[in-house]
Design a protein around this ligand. Structure first.
Ligand SMILES: Nc1ncnc2c1ncn2[C@@H]1O[C@H](COP(=O)(O)OP(=O)(O)OP(=O)(O)O)[C@@H](O)[C@H]1O
Ligand SMILES: [Mg+2]
Length: 237
């Protein structure tokens, strides 16, 4: 285990269903992430990707195992189903900054700057709750980036986006200089954005490889036949 890891998970298990004998959402997941890595989490629906992101963000406590990361690390998360408040989009962003101690007027101008960078000026004065799902997703990403995180956690950041918006978001994410962990069902996107890929199945981490090795079918096959058929089924080679 490297001493320089930014995030360390040591045999983390998570139980979300209280029923005795119910399957664990995560089971014995160990993972070390270094600063600057872009780790993609892939796997079928219900495999534990969102749960793992929530554990890293401190929203979900493991029933066993440990999460080790610096409490001072600035982190932000884009949720799979992001929620905006009944304020203008600009004030939705400003609020997050204000809660972190930025004076209100300064927070509002920084919010406009971030929205402009994301090409979202046109929705700045709309009410957060009146946006489409895709617009909400883009605004929520801008809100996360406004916090200038060192660690960015993204749960299917482009799931609801049209092709143009998807490219914009990918370009934004590519320009992010910090450490990133993201869940995605889009394996083309994983290839474009990730440096490393983690494959989960039923809460277990089955594969953890550099991106070029993950997409080397023969090599992946030797690690996990399930992961290999998961990738093959997506038609990304
Ligand atoms: N609030 C909850 N209460 C009980 N069980 C939950 C809850 N949220 C998720 N689970 C269960 O935990 C497991 C992991 O779910 P998780 O949401 O982490 O999967 P995922 O990989 O993100 O799936 P998807 O691709 O559909 O987003 C699943 O079996 C799921 O049914
Ligand atoms: Mg999920």
């Amino acid at each position: 285990m490297s001493a320089s890891s930014l995030i360390r998970l040591n045999k983390v298990s998570v139980a979300l269903t209280p029923r005795h004998g119910a399957p664990l959402a995560l089971e014995g997941v160990s993972l070390n992430i270094q600063a600057g890595e872009r780790v993609a989490l892939v796997g079928s629906n219900g495999s534990g990707k969102s749960t793992l992101l929530r554990v890293i963000h401190g929203l979900q406590q493991p029933v066993s195992g440990q999460l080790v990361l610096d409490a001072a690390l600035r982190q932000a998360m884009l949720f799979q189903r992001p929620v905006l408040l009944r304020l203008t989009v600009q004030n939705n962003l400003a609020l997050g900054l204000w809660l972190q101690g930025t004076p209100w007027q300064q927070a509002r101008s920084r919010a406009m700057q971030v929205l402009g960078d994301a090409g979202l000026d046109d929705v700045a004065q709309r009410r957060g709750r009146q946006l489409s799902v895709g617009q909400t997703q883009r605004v929520a990403l801008a809100r996360a980036l406004a916090l200038k995180p060192e660690l960015l956690l993204l749960d299917e950041p482009t799931a609801s986006l049209d092709p143009h918006s998807k490219r914009l978001v990918e370009a934004t994410v590519q320009g992010f200089a910090g450490t990133m962990v993201f869940a995605s069902h889009n394996l083309g996107q994983v290839k474009r954005l990730a440096t490393r890929v983690v494959y989960l199945e039923q809460g277990r981490l089955l594969v953890d490889l550099p991106v070029h090795e993950f997409f080397d079918h023969a090599l992946l096959q030797t690690r996990s036949a399930d992961a290999a058929s998961f990738v093959k089924g997506e038609g990304v080679t």
